[in-house]
Design a protein around this ligand. Structure first.
Ligand code: EPZ
Length: 426
């Protein structure tokens, strides 16, 4: 298994290209199932999760053609499509549940493996099932699969009012895609407002869908008979951008994040500015950018993860790494997932002072971490250990970086490009 060797202590300088967003690309790849026409996606990040999703679609009969370096690809879900998502693929990536809505909406049936457990929490899909049932689907869970179909030979889902018990990102995305081809109007209440959802809605609208209110907690969808092909550019990855902002804030330096969208990262940027980092953002001939400058130890920041536009849970671990070497104490409260402090014990191996109690972690900032071998346990935990390694004295070895490759497009190459001493050990 690949590892990363990092020698800490270097400030970072230069420019980094922010890739397309994993959490937009995954639902948008699934949305290509909604039409028999070819759909072109550009700015698709080169990630293991994207490769897994392509494998899943390929397994159903979707034909894909890739177009060179800039991450463009054309997907063609022409008939026949086998509406099945097997356990072997779903178990490696929970986002596979995002095929449920499109398959039911276009083919009236689907057999999708339940995702099973996850390192960061139980993560059930009960709301997804509840929403599809509200739109008229019959769903039974048997032999580890959700077996879904439309009763009485019905051809289309029907519009419905769906109000979920909690805000769910992929749930909202599944309902958006299903409702786009349903008969009548659908109203999503308590909908997730993440930028990736608004980006998916923009793609569906380009395919002919009728959607209003995306990016708010109430979304209206007027179903249409048929959707057509389109070309859509995947939005920039705000979590990748946030990860680099925390890395530079921790190491010190001056870095421009090309294509970074500050308007999608306000909660994180507010905390970084309070900590003492200098952040500028704008648009120039090269497009959107965020510039971050920092030097010396910053002030530790307490925060609480919530749904967008609040502080993202996917940035919790990375910001905790920054707090480990900042001045003062910080209280970190994780409200979205019940088991998302797996990185804490690994950071303690690097000398960090952290105490956890249920949803709360209290971090006491110290002068210096000391390099050691640590193990990645999930995607964002692995990114936080890379940040910790960039500031630790001596060498840090991060093991099991297959977690990192799931959601970061060539992170060590990008870090080396701005001066980090980091390499992949095969
Ligand atoms: C999405 O996961 C993201 N994944 C996650 O990013 C992110 O952490 C999460 O949203 C929250 O922002 C993708 O977009 C592919 P949820 P999702 O449904 O949709 C509970 C990363 O690092 N819930 O919004 O699976 C659930 O257990 C990943 O890139 C139910 O109980 O998350 C959780 O506590 C990790 N029943 C809460 O709701 C349901 O049916 C929010 O989960 C659905 C969710």
């Amino acid at each position: 298994m690949d590892k990363l060797r990092i020698t800490g202590g270097r400030a970072l300088h230069g420019e980094v290209m922010i890739s397309g967003a994993k959490n937009a690309a995954l639902p948008e790849l699934c949305a290509t199932l909604l039409t028999a026409d070819p759909v072109t996606l550009t700015n698709v990040p080169r990630l293991r999760d994207v490769a897994t999703m392509r494998h899943l679609l390929d397994n159903m009969g979707v034909k894909t053609v890739t177009h060179g370096e800039r991450g463009g690809m054309t997907l063609h879900a022409a008939d026949p499509i086998n509406p099945e998502a097997p356990y072997e693929l779903v178990k490696t990536m929970r986002a596979s549940v995002l095929v449920l809505g499109p398959l039911l909406a276009r083919f009236g049936r689907a057999r999708v493996s339940l995702p099973g457990g996850c390192a960061i929490g139980s993560r059930p899909v009960d709301q997804h099932i509840k929403g599809m049932q509200a739109m008229g689907a019959e769903i039974v869970v048997e032999h580890g699969y959700m077996v879904a179909q439309l009763p009485g030979g019905k051809k289309r889902l029907r519009g419905a009012r769906i109000a979920t018990d909690m805000v769910t990102v992929t749930g909202t995305e599944n309902f958006l895609m299903a409702a786009a081809l349903a008969e009548g109007e659908t109203l999503l209440e308590n909908a997730a407002q993440e930028p990736e959802i608004a980006d998916l809605a923009e793609m569906l609208i380009a395919m002919g869908a009728k959607i209003e209110g995306h990016g708010t907690s109430r979304i209206h969808i007027q179903g249409v008979e048929r959707l057509h092909g389109c070309t859509h550019q995947v939005v920039a990855d705000r979590i990748e951008a946030g990860t680099f902002l925390c890395a530079v804030a921790a190491t010190g330096g001056d870095v421009v994040l090309r294509h970074g969208r500050a308007d999608h990262l306000e909660a994180v940027i507010d905390k970084l500015v309070e900590a003492g980092a200098k952040i500028e953002a704008g648009k120039d001939t090269g497009g959107d950018f965020i510039r971050v400058r920092a030097s010396g130890r910053l002030k530790a920041q307490s925060f609480r993860t919530t749904e967008y536009p609040g502080f993202p849970t996917d940035m919790q671990a990375q910001f905790m790494a920054l707090n480990c070497i900042s001045h003062g104490m910080a209280k970190v409260t994780e409200t979205i997932f019940e088991n998302r402090f797996m990185h804490v014990n690994e950071m303690i191996r690097l000398g960090a002072r952290i105490q956890t109690d249920g949803k709360v972690a209290v971090v006491e900032g110290i002068e210096k971490l000391s390099g050691a071998t640590v193990m990645a346990t999930d995607l964002r935990a692995s990114a936080s250990l890379v940040i910790a390694g960039l500031v630790a004295e001596g060498d840090t070895i991060v093991d099991r970086i297959y977690h990192l490759d799931r959601g970061y497009d060539q992170m060590e190459k990008k870090l080396r490009g701005i001066g980090a001493d980091i390499e992949r050990i095969k």
